[in-house]
Design a protein. Structure first.
Lengths: 165, 178
């Protein structure tokens, strides 16, 4: 009985999940190279309508003197960033600009953050380490019971009172 | 997206803190909270199979990022719980959700939350939620803080489980130990 109930519920959740992945399809896919409204973080699709407004732009650095970044997601091939010194930036960096849009393709920066390529590598390495830590704990703490087709807690000896970490 | 190590450590801290109050919540269930803290990052499947590839294959709009919404996390937590043995699911499901909630709290601090702010209430509403935008996903500080707090939590847990041997009086009975 549990098998039927479990299988039915599992199938229902998988169908809803698949439906969600499809229903979510039209949502904005942009992850970088865009200008966003600073308050709502919505992607600015027509920069001319947002001149004078606070924005946050994120894009790959195209040049450092003057500083220009890619903002193709907002229809701007090259977004010029004023009010900052390009020293220390390279064309491999990712730049985040908090500022005001003074022209459709010019942003006056209040503050900027940049991410260097090694920092992007750092995220990947830290994520890999995190994944390995989790995989190790799952392998040690849980086992798959082929007869019940279910994951069950492994016997860690805690029931006998010798908890360990 | 904050790095997965920070999420895993946050799950460890939360799960261990809960274990101080909930007797049945041993290290195996702490691991469940840690797993829950990474569930929204199932969206990283897109690195292997891009959304666009599936979209073109099935001819329908498709976006893995639905997995990185609270609604998507409820679904994946439910599926994960159902893959576990009978009698465990009622414990595992809420623990996965606790971990998943910690994921969204941490990601809400990111400077470049991308479309994250649009999807918190999806599918109930597609509303933009202003976020503080405090840290970059590549900042090391959150990871360092997570490592320090997780280490302190690990030490605290060991001390609670193995209190110093009393210098006088009788040995504690086994059943007194957590």
């Amino acid at each position: 009985m549990d098998g039927l109930y479990r299988g039915g519920l599992l199938a229902a959740l998988l169908v809803v999940l698949a439906g969600s992945l499809v229903a979510f399809g039209p949502v904005d896919h942009a992850s970088g190279n865009v200008i966003r409204d600073r308050q709502t973080t919505a992607v600015v699709t027509d920069p001319a309508d947002h001149v004078g407004e606070a924005v946050v732009a994120s894009g790959a650095v195209l040049s450092v003197d003057p500083v220009r970044v890619r903002a193709t997601g907002s229809g701007v091939a090259e977004l010029t960033v004023t009010g900052i010194d390009g020293t220390g930036l390279t064309t491999a960096d990712q730049l985040y600009v908090f500022g005001t849009l003074v022209e459709p393709d010019v942003v006056s920066a209040d503050r900027v953050h940049h991410v260097e390529p090694w920092e992007q590598q750092y995220v990947l390495v830290a994520s890999l380490v995190g994944g390995l830590v989790l995989a190790g704990r799952l392998a040690r703490d849980w086992r798959f019971d082929g007869r019940r087709l279910a994951f069950l807690p492994a016997d860690t000896g805690e029931e006998r009172g010798d908890r360990r970490d | 997206v904050t790095d997965i190590l920070t999420h895993v450590l946050a799950g460890y801290v939360l799960g261990t803190a809960l274990s101080f109050r909930v007797r049945w919540l041993d290290r195996r269930f702490v691991t469940v909270v840690m797993l829950g803290a990474t569930l929204p990052d199932l969206t990283k499947i897109s690195l292997l199979v891009p959304s666009r590839t599936i979209q073109e294959a099935v001819g329908l709009p498709f976006f893995w990022y639905a997995l990185h919404t609270p609604f998507g996390t409820i679904l994946t937590a439910g599926i994960t719980a159902l893959l576990c043995g009978r009698g465990l699911r009622g414990r595992i499901f809420p623990l996965l959700l606790v971990g998943g909630a910690s994921h969204f709290v941490l990601d809400a601090l990111l400077i470049n939350p991308s479309r994250f702010s649009e999807v918190l209430l999806w599918p109930l509403a597609v509303e933009l939620v202003p976020l503080p935008m405090l840290v970059l996903s590549s900042d090391r500080l959150p990871t360092v803080v997570a490592i320090v707090v997780a280490t302190a939590t690990w030490i605290a847990r060991r001390r609670i489980e193995r209190p110093p041997r009393p210098t006088t009086g009788s040995r504690r009975h086994e059943s007194d130990r957590r």
